[in-house]
Design a protein around this ligand. Structure first.
Ligand SMILES: Nc1ncnc2c1ncn2[C@@H]1O[C@H](COP(=O)(O)OP(=O)(O)O)[C@@H](O)[C@H]1O
Ligand SMILES: [Mg+2]
Length: 586
């Protein structure tokens, strides 16, 4: 599970570079602050010599006043530098988070529905919530480390060699021995933490799944099975956590012991030089201080690679989305669709969901007159939903064309096309806002009066008044109290209020019971008057009003005509009817 070295393409690097360079003034200021911190660090190590040699050994009273003053100044500068660099780097980091979040959300919202269906919703969400944070970590932490820690290392090395270059040469033969284990242990800890993060994510989705499926678990008596599955997962998590603990807990003692060997060498070699008179105690302690202070920035720099790797991997995932091609595009100078009634034509339309999938629609030729009500029937999987989804360009045809009012829909402004179409889908989709707002989604400028009128026409008004706060009740507050049929009627009200010339009802009444269905049916029939309508009906009894019935089978039009004509044909439609009649009779 070792991280593969990730990298970003030139163009992606450029995006990040451009983004960061927008803040170049803050960046420059932050860098200056970091250099100040590094300088202060070096100065602290330097100051040890005069403390030792001039104050303790030389008993110099002037220095006794000067050095503490200098120390205060050094710490003050370090504090200011550290605050300034943290503030400005995080400022830039947070700006970048926001930029990526906004662009991801905007991009995903604009991408065709096919993309959202293909990706897991959870994965898309984690792009926006987690991955952007990791990228921020890369940008701000990496930059902070590179500048502050790198310059600190330089400053300490400077002090070390300035104080005693011979001792320094000796020490540098020994010290890498101590720094090497940091790398090894760091890598182990990292590997186990990736493992435990994955197990943790797995645990989360397990919890989500089993809590939301609580009913099924109880009814099928799966409690002990699920408990066992959960215990297996926590067991795995325990194992990984303990490995991490061991790697972490061992790393400091081992490090310290090896570091101790290095220090022992310095004491022995440096002490010898002090005794010989080639060095002074001040030089020795100043040297030792710089060596000890070197430890921290080196450790941080060694973790830098990991932060960068993680950041690059997260950035790649983000860019993969941002660079998605928008397959459903508007023409450069699109035409506006104007008018109130339209005819529609499918001209040799074929469509498949992917290059290697069997076509969902094959060579569909269909003319729908303005104001005509067309019923689409057929076994499930026949292609009914696919056919109507092509009209508002939720998907684009693979070949052929669709004309509305004589114009190819791909030549039209997408907004003006979608403005002419109202749709009620099979699954009622409501947003977690008030009932009123949910209906208003159909038309943002609708008045309260219009909302109530639409609800009445959808036979939703009465049950809405029964809600705790009536039209102002928030959907989430109702929880599972809202039945499928009620949800569906709110969705119908939303479609009604849009008052669009083309209407698509995709099994819109399938969630309703027969009584409610009859009520809604009346509303829908009123709604369909004067509109070009596509009605996908699950129950064939509900399509009497259709002027023509189209039977889709395996993506092709198998039969078409009026209800009477198709019955007389005694073909697929006839058997579908008799099948349903048989079912209801039983
Ligand atoms: N999002 C999708 N991705 C891939 N295939 C799909 C998708 N939606 C539907 N299909 C396939 O297209 C065919 C037609 O489905 P659909 O139009 O939903 O039929 P119907 O609405 O008549 O039940 C089916 O074979 C179905 O499996
Ligand atoms: Mg369908």
């Amino acid at each position: 599970m070792e991280n593969k070295p990730a990298s970003l393409s030139k163009s992606r690097q450029r995006v990040i570079f451009n983004l960061v360079s927008r803040y170049w003034k803050r960046l420059a200021f932050a860098a200056a602050c970091m250099i100040m911190v590094a300088g202060a660090n070096g100065a602290m190590a330097l100051l040890v010599k005069p403390v030792m040699d001039d104050i303790f050994i030389g008993k110099n009273r002037e220095m006794l006043l000067l050095i503490p003053g200098l120390a205060v100044l050094v710490f003050l500068l370090k504090g200011l530098g550290s605050y300034g660099s943290e503030y400005f780097m995080n400022y830039i980091g947070e700006k970048i988070i926001r930029y990526f979040r906004d662009s991801l959300y905007e991009k995903i919202t604009d991408l065709p529905i096919a993309f959202i269906h293909k990706e897991k919703t959870g994965a898309l969400m984690s792009r926006i919530t987690n991955d952007v944070n990791i990228v921020k970590g890369m940008v701000s932490t990496a930059v902070i480390n590179v500048f502050r820690d790198f310059f600190s290392v330089i400053a300490f090395l400077g002090v070390i060699f300035y104080r005693d270059w011979q001792l320094a040469c000796g020490a540098f033969l020994v010290l890498p021995l101590a720094f090497y284990p940091i790398l090894v242990f760091g890598r182990r800890v990292r590997r186990f933490s990736t493992g435990s993060q994955e197990t943790m994510a797995d645990l989360n989705s397990f919890l989500h799944e089993t809590f939301s499926g609580a009913k099924i678990i109880k009814i099928f008596s799966l409690e002990s099975y699920e408990k066992k599955r959960f215990r297996l997962k926590t067991g795995e998590l325990f194992r990984l956590e303990m490995k991490k603990v061991v790697a972490k807990a061992l790393s400091s003692p081992v490090m310290e012991f090896l570091g101790g060997l290095g220090i022992a060498f310095i004491i022995w070699f440096g002490g010898m030089r002090v005794i010989n008179g080639t060095s002074t105690p001040g030089i020795f302690f100043s040297f030792l201080t710089a060596v000890m202070m070197l430890y921290d920035p080196v450790k941080k720099l060694s973790g830098l690679n990991n932060t960068i790797q993680e950041g690059v991997a997260a950035a790649s995932r983000i860019f993969d989305i941002l660079e998605q091609e928008e397959t459903i595009q508007e023409k450069i100078n699109p035409e506006m669709l104007e008018g109130t009634v339209f005819d529609l034509e499918f001209d040799r339309v074929s469509f498949s969901y992917g290059a290697d999938e069997t076509p969902a629609l094959k060579d569909i030729n269909l003319r729908v007159a303005p104001g005509e009500v067309l019923a689409l029937v057929g076994m499930s999987g026949g292609g009914k939903t696919s056919l109507v989804n092509l009209i508002p360009r939720l998907y684009d045809v693979s070949s052929g064309r669709i004309l509305i009012g004589g114009k190819d829909i791909r030549d039209l402004s997408i907004k003006s096309l979608r403005d002419t179409i109202s749709i009620v889908t099979q699954e009622p989709i409501l947003f977690n806002e008030s009932v009123k707002e949910n209906i208003r989604y159909g038309r943002m400028d609708a008045t309260e009066e219009q909302i109530v009128k639409a609800a009445k026409a959808a036979f939703a008004h009465e049950f809405i008044l029964g809600f705790p706060k009536g039209y102002d009740t928030v959907i989430g507050e109702l929880g599972s109290r809202l039945s499928g049929g009620e949800k569906q009627r709110i969705c119908i009200a939303r479609a009604l209020i849009k008052d669009a010339p083309v209407l698509i009802l995709d099994e819109a009444t399938s969630a309703l019971d027969s009584q409610a269905e009859q009520l809604v049916q009346r509303a829908l029939e009123n709604l369909m008057k004067g509109r070009t309508s596509f009605v996908i009906a699950h129950r064939l009894s509900t399509i009497d009003y259709a002027s023509r019935v189209i039977l889709l089978k395996n993506g092709s039009i198998a039969e078409q005509g009026t209800h009477r004509e198709l019955m007389d044909l005694k073909g697929a439609y006839f058997s579908l009817q008799s099948m349903q009649a048989g079912k209801t009779a039983k």
